[in-house]
Write a protein that binds this ligand. Structure first.
Ligand code: HEM
Length: 454
């Protein structure tokens, strides 16, 4: 390392103070005053609104790196500079908990979310094999046409207060399962019950166990596992292991983000400025234009307004998870917008991407959905897939390995939905009250009519 570089590093960490010589510029993370008056009250509030608790906190207190006492002490990072720095130094952290859910069913499964080191790497290699297989066997155009069939079969609907979230959910899960596993979701008989068991806080009962076992059976009965196991994973792979990897990497982590994205698109698209909406419709129409000779994949790459819409939506409503929980592996100093902080080995870190993506120091109008921002800047300050958008998913890092698949599928949802005339009769405003699933609306989405072009 050259002397200049070393000096630069030293000057970052220290300033020269005339009376005291070299003085550290970094401080301990400050604890914010307890909102509820006690950790128990804070925790109760957190349990009630866990998704938004931390971002509410950041907004209420103006802190973006702070400590809070909940069930235990947690250091919250709601700061894009700190988040980028930490994701680029992932060796400093390891997974602490599998997130807000206990992921009951996953006790049968070695899941990447709850593993570190070699096991984590091995699982990620296998997930990537499943995704690659879908691209090679079916391809994006197949997935697009499959989605179209599902839209055609589900719409039109007309009436008074027709609930459509469930219909949209079904399309998202169904097409994704078909693309990844070769089996349509309608053939999975217990997915719904399984999803409930997955998110229970309490240990599963015998009845829950029966659902979990049934879900494993259904997963092992997919073409991916039944017929293609050897060609995907290589001979010698244990069927039970492959089944659990498919179950986790497709049904447990892929589905929640996709169904939420599908549902969030509708109110945002309906409320879009006519100029932006027209750009999206124009791009969407190229996919149905028989005279356009570009390949499907090329058209998808060129759909720039649609890409921006998807990115801004995932910034604004967040992904399926608002934050992820890690533990510091060692003592280190973290960079942030407001200075440098000491982090100590063993501290629990909440990497709050939802709050970071709404940081007012980063975005001029953090609480508004807008297509006017700079896409590259957005990508730099975007963490919905964990890690900055442009950070590549590798076998050893924690970046969502499904980002590419997810972006392609969600763009397809926008293309199909842009060609629908939707007349909602529910409130489309977004003030975070319905924080669990359809985060772009406060109340379940209902319509007077939902009619799509064939
Ligand atoms: C809009 C859709 C999606 C969003 C916003 C999203 C976001 C995320 C986030 C935030 C994590 C980190 C979770 C944690 O560390 O606790 C994650 C992990 C993961 N995602 Fe996605 N995801 C999406 C779709 C998908 C899809 C479609 C797939 C599969 C094709 C997928 C596969 C995975 C896997 C396997 C992990 C675990 C990675 C690991 O433990 O190292 N995701 N995703």
């Amino acid at each position: 390392m050259s002397v200049i570089t070393l000096m630069q590093i030293i000057s970052i960490l220290f300033v020269f103070h005339s009376s005291k010589g070299l003085v550290s510029r970094y401080t301990d993370v400050q604890e914010v005053p307890l909102v509820g008056g006690s950790p128990a009250e804070n925790f109760a509030r957190f349990r009630k609104r866990f998704r938004f608790f931390y971002s509410d906190f950041a907004q209420e207190t103006n802190f973006t790196v702070y400590k809070v006492q909940l069930d235990k002490e947690k250091v919250v990072l709601a700061d894009p500079v700190a988040m980028s720095w930490l994701w680029n130094n992932q060796r400093l952290i390891s997974k602490a908990e599998p997130g807000p859910f206990k992921l009951n069913s996953l006790r049968f499964v070695p899941t990447s979310l709850a593993s570190n080191g070699e096991m984590h790497e091995r699982l990620r290699r296998n997930y990537q094999k499943i995704y690659r297989h879908a691209y090679e066997k079916y391809g994006l155009e197949w997935a697009f046409n499959d989605l179209k069939q599902k839209f055609d079969a589900s719409f039109p609907v007309k009436g008074v207060k027709v609930p459509v979230e469930r219909i949209l959910d079904d399309i998202a899960i169904s097409s994704f399962a078909h693309f990844m596993l070769g089996k349509d979701w309608t053939e999975f008989k217990v997915y719904d019950q399984y999803a409930k068991v997955l998110s229970l806080y309490n240990p599963p009962t015998d009845q829950d166990d029966a659902i979990i076992n049934k879900m494993f059976e259904e997963m092992s009965d997919t073409p991916l596992i039944k017929d293609e196991l050897n060609s995907v994973f290589g001979p010698g792979k244990c069927k039970k292991e492959a089944t659990s990897e498919a179950l986790f990497s497709v049904m447990c982590v892929g589905v929640p983000g996709l169904r939420k994205a599908m549902n969030s698109i509708v109110p945002l698209l309906v409320k879009l400025k006519p100029k932006d909406r027209n750009h999206i419709i124009e791009e969407a129409n190229t996919f149905f234009d028989a005279t356009n000779s570009k390949s499907f994949d090329e058209k998808l790459k060129n759909a720039k307004t649609i890409e921006k819409f998807v990115l801004e939506m995932l910034r604004y409503v967040g992904g399926a998870l608002g934050y992820v929980t890690y533990e510091a592996n060692q003592d280190f100093i973290i960079n942030s917008y407001n200075g440098y902080y000491s982090i100590y080995k063993g501290q629990t870190l909440i990497l709050h991407h939802f709050a970071a993506q709404r940081n007012p120091d980063t975005f001029r109008f953090p609480g508004e959905f807008t297509l006017t921002g700079n896409k590259e800047y957005l990508k730099e300050n975007f963490f919905a897939f964990t890690g900055p958008y442009n950070m590549k998913a590798t076998y050893s890092n924690r970046k969502c390995p499904g980002q590419d698949v997810a972006m392609n599928l969600v763009k397809m949802y926008v293309i199909h939905l842009a060609r629908c005339d939707i007349d909602p009769d529910s409130d489309l405003s977004f003030n975070q009250l319905n924080g669990y699933r359809t985060e772009s609306t406060d109340v379940p989405l209902t319509v007077k009519s939902f009619v799509c072009k064939k």
